[in-house]
Design a protein around this ligand. Structure first.
Ligand SMILES: CC(C)(COP(=O)(O)OP(=O)(O)OC[C@H]1O[C@@H](n2cnc3c(N)ncnc32)[C@H](O)[C@@H]1OP(=O)(O)O)[C@@H](O)C(=O)NCCC(=O)NCCS
Length: 461
C-alpha cells in the first residue's frame, strides 16, 4: 500500500507555485469568480463578431471527417499542429513546472490538472489536497453499480463494462434530478459540476472493479483511503499501490492525457451528447464508446500488441534494419503503424516526449527491453512512414509508448489500457460539459448533405 501519511506533512514539488498562485478559495468559489468574465466574453463575441468569417468549408472537409473545420467552442485546451497541446496557454513543460505533484512524488497530479482545466488557474498544493480529499470522500460506488459490474461476463471488453458502469451512475445525477424539478438555466453548471466531480471520484473504484473481475477474480479490493489522491487510490485498488514508480507514471499519464482539444472523437462525443442536456454520466458514457475504437483510444493496446509481435519476430537481434523490415511488412499488409500519425499533430507528440523523459528518469525503464524497442522504433519509423508517403504525420503520438510502460511494470493486461485512458479523458471532457452549461451553449446540429446535394451546391454555390 502507498503511504497514508497526510498531504499536509509533505511538501509539494513547487513551493514557489503556492506563492505565485496563492489563493484559499475552493474550486466552486474559483469557478464562480471566473465564469462571469467568460460569459461576458462570449456575449461580446456573439454581438460583435457573430457574422465574421473565420474559415472556409471545402468539399474535402465534408468528405474528410471534418478535418480542420473550426466549428466547436472548447475552453480548456488548444492543439497546435507543431507545438502540441496547451492547457489554458500552458504547454506540457509549463505544466510540469507549475502544477503540484503528490506527496513524495515529482509528477503532475491529475487533481491539479483538473483544477487548471476547469478554472484556467494553477491551484496551490492546499487546493489540490482539498480536491483530492473531496474525490476520496465521494469515491465509493453505489451497491447496485457494484452488483451490475459483478454480474457482467469477464469476457465482455473492459471498455464496454466501463461505459455501462458510467451510464448506470446517472441514477444519482444531480443535474437530472434538478432538471426534473425545473431548475433555472443559470443553475445548470453547478449541478453539472456536482455530477462531474462525483463521476471522476468514482472512476477509480469502477475501473478497478472491472480490472479485478476480469483479471484477478480472487483478489480483495482495497478500501478507498481518504488520505490518498485519486491515482494513489486507483493504484491501490488495482493492486499496484506498492509500486511508487508505476503510481507516479499513472499520475503523469492521467494528467497529461486528460484533454486534447475538443474535436477528437471522445471529447466531441461527450460535447455532442451533453448539448442535448443529457447529464454528464450519459454524456461521458457515450464518449467512452468512441474512445473504444482502434483509431482512437484502443491504439495503446494495439501498439503493445504490435511491438510484442515485432519482438517475437526479430528476437534479440534488434537492429534498425530489422525494425525497418518489420515496419514495411506491417505497411505492405495494409495495416497502419500503431502509435504513429495524428489527426492534427504534425510533429512528435509532446506527451510522447514527456513519457519518454519519464522513462529516461527511471533506471529500470532505461533497461527495459520493451522500452528499448519503442525507442529504437522511434529512430526508424518516421523515415519509413515518410517514404511510405501516406500519413500526414510520420511521428509518434502518445500511444507509441504509453502502454509499453504499463507492460514493463507488470500491468500486462493490455485490453485494459483504454480503461486507464478513459479514467484520464474524463478530466477534459467533463470540464467542457461544465463550461458548455455555464456558457449556455446550444444543442449541436450541423448540416449534413447527400452527394447529390453536394454536387448541386458545387454547381450553384
Ligand atoms: C491517428 C490516425 C487515425 C489519424 O488519421 P488521419 O487524420 O486520417 O491521418 P492522415 O490524414 O495522416 O491519413 C492519411 C493516410 O495515411 C494513412 N496513415 C495515417 N497514419 C498511418 C500510420 N500510422 N501508418 C500507416 N498509415 C497511416 C491513413 O490510413 C490514410 O490512408 P488512406 O488515405 O489510405 O486512408 C492515423 O494516423 C492512424 O491510424 N494512426 C495509427 C493509430 C493510432 O496511433 N491512433 C492513436 C491516435 S492518438
Amino acid at each position: 500500500m502507498l503511504s497514508r501519511a497526510s498531504f499536509a506533512k509533505h511538501s509539494f514539488r513547487t513551493a514557489s507555485t503556492a506563492a505565485r498562485y496563492a489563493s484559499t478559495k475552493s474550486l466552486r468559489e474559483t469557478l464562480q469568480d471566473v465564469i462571469p468574465a467568460k460569459q461576458e466574453q462570449l456575449k461580446k463575441l456573439k454581438a460583435e463578431h457573430g457574422q465574421t468569417v473565420v474559415g472556409d468549408v471545402k468539399v474535402e472537409n465534408i468528405i474528410g471527417g471534418m478535418r480542420g473545420l473550426k466549428a466547436m467552442l472548447w475552453e480548456a485546451s488548444v492543439l497546435d499542429p507543431l507545438e502540441g497541446i496547451r492547457f489554458h496557454r500552458l504547454s506540457i513543460p509549463d505544466c510540469q513546472k507549475v502544477l503540484p505533484s503528490a506527496p513524495g512524488g515529482t509528477e503532475i497530479i491529475p487533481e491539479s490538472m483538473l483544477w487548471l482545466l476547469l478554472t484556467g488557474q494553477v491551484p496551490t498544493p492546499e487546493q489540490t489536497r482539498q480536491l483530492s480529499q473531496e474525490l476520496a470522500e465521494k469515491g465509493e460506488l453505489p451497491v447496485f453499480v457494484e452488483k451490475l459490474i459483478d454480474s457482467l461476463p469477464k469476457t465482455l471488453h473492459p471498455m464496454t463494462q466501463l461505459g455501462m458502469g458510467v451510464a448506470a451512475l446517472n441514477h444519482d445525477s444531480s443535474f437530472q434530478a434538478a432538471y426534473e424539478k425545473g431548475m433555472k438555466k443559470q443553475e445548470y453548471w453547478t449541478h453539472t459540476l456536482e455530477d462531474c466531480i462525483h463521476l471522476i471520484a468514482r472512476l477509480p473504484a469502477l475501473a478497478s472493479r472491472i480490472y479485478r473481475n476480469v483479471y484477478k477474480p480472487d483478489a480483495q479490493l482495497a478500501p478507498i483511503d481518504k488520505n490518498l489522491d485519486l491515482v494513489g487510490n486507483y493504484a491501490n485498488l488495482l493492486g499496484y499501490g506498492d509500486n511508487h514508480s508505476l503510481t507516479e507514471y499513472l499520475r503523469l499519464y492521467i494528467a497529461l492525457h486528460g484533454d486534447h482539444e475538443g474535436g477528437n472523437a471522445s471529447a466531441h462525443t461527450a460535447h455532442l451528447v451533453g448539448s442535448t442536456l443529457s447529464d454528464p454520466y450519459l454524456s461521458y458514457s457515450a464518449a467512452l464508446f468512441a474512445l473504444a475504437g482502434p483509431l482512437h483510444g484502443l491504439a495503446n493496446q494495439e501498439v503493445l500488441r504490435w511491438q510484442l509481435a515485432m519482438q517475437t519476430e526479430i528476437g534479440d537481434n534488434i537492429t534498425h534494419e530489422n525494425i525497418k523490415d518489420y515496419l514495411w511488412k506491417t505497411l505492405k499488409s495494409g495495416q497502419v503503424v500503431p502509435g504513429y500519425g495524428h489527426g492534427v499533430l504534425r510533429n512528435p507528440d509532446p506527451r510522447f516526449i514527456a513519457l519518454q523523459e519519464f522513462c529516461q528518469s527511471r533506471p529500470e525503464l532505461r533497461e527495459s527491453p520493451i522500452i528499448k524497442l519503442v525507442n529504437k522504433t522511434f529512430e526508424v519509423a518516421p523515415g519509413v512512414l515518410k517514404e511510405h508517403g501516406k500519413t500526414k504525420n510520420p511521428y509518434p503520438n502518445v500511444d507509441a509508448t504509453s502502454g509499453c510502460v504499463l507492460y514493463h511494470y507488470g500491468l500486462t493486461e493490455f485490453k485494459y489500457y483504454t480503461v486507464i485512458f478513459g479514467v484520464s479523458r474524463a478530466l477534459g471532457a467533463l470540464t467542457q460539459l461544465v463550461w458548455a452549461r455555464a456558457l449556455g451553449l446550444p444543442l449541436e446540429r450541423p448540416k449534413s448533405l447527400s452527394m447529390d446535394a453536394l454536387e448541386k451546391l458545387i454547381k450553384n454555390p
